[in-house]
Design a protein around this ligand. Structure first.
Ligand code: IDP
Ligand code: MG
Length: 146
């Protein structure tokens, strides 16, 4: 995918701490020098979870994935930075946490594919789409405009 090789572009990635995730995940991105543009705690409705994961709707694990994502609140975040999408992928690690090396979020903080603690956008286009999907409004807007 052409967009994945543009490592010097400023991008946005939608990062989501899944219901089983922990706050430490936020500091992993912060420590890598990315900018947290927005964050909200959100109990995702089933319909929105299905829209977010629509590319996986034909997979046998899809119903379990939707159950997982809607189990409790998730932390929706918009992170900005040069090459943030590819860097986030490296920080998050393999889909199966048991394949994660120490220092990689899923390797350190999760044990099962079906409870792998965090989501990150696949490419910058999806980053934009997924941030818009959760209807995130820049926090400055209501401060600057009544
Ligand atoms: P990714 O999150 O590493 O990009 P995907 O293949 O896009 O992985 O799958 C999305 C999510 O679906 C995974 O993060 C995981 O929570 C869940 N998932 C993927 N494969 C399985 C499986 O075989 N069993 C249960 N859940 C799965
Ligand atoms: Mg994926």
């Amino acid at each position: 995918m052409a967009s994945m090789v543009l490592f010097n572009e400023v991008e946005e990635s939608y990062i989501m701490i899944k219901p089983d995730g922990v706050g430490e995940i936020i500091s992993r991105f912060e420590n890598n020098g990315f900018k947290l543009k927005g964050l909200k705690l959100f109990h995702c409705p089933k319909q929105l979870a299905e829209e977010h994961y629509k590319d996986l709707s034909s997979k046998p694990f899809f119903p379990k994935l939707i159950t997982y994502i809607t189990l409790g609140p998730v932390v929706c975040m918009a992170w900005e930075g040069v090459g943030v999408v590819a860097s986030a992928h490296k920080l998050i690690g393999a889909t199966n946490p048991l394949q994660g090396e120490p220092g990689i979020i899923r390797g350190d903080l999760a044990v099962q594919t079906g409870r792998n603690a965090v989501y990150g956008s696949d490419n910058p286009e999806n980053g934009k789409r997924e941030i818009e999907l959760t209807e995130w409004t820049p926090v400055q807007t209501p401060w600057l405009v009544e």
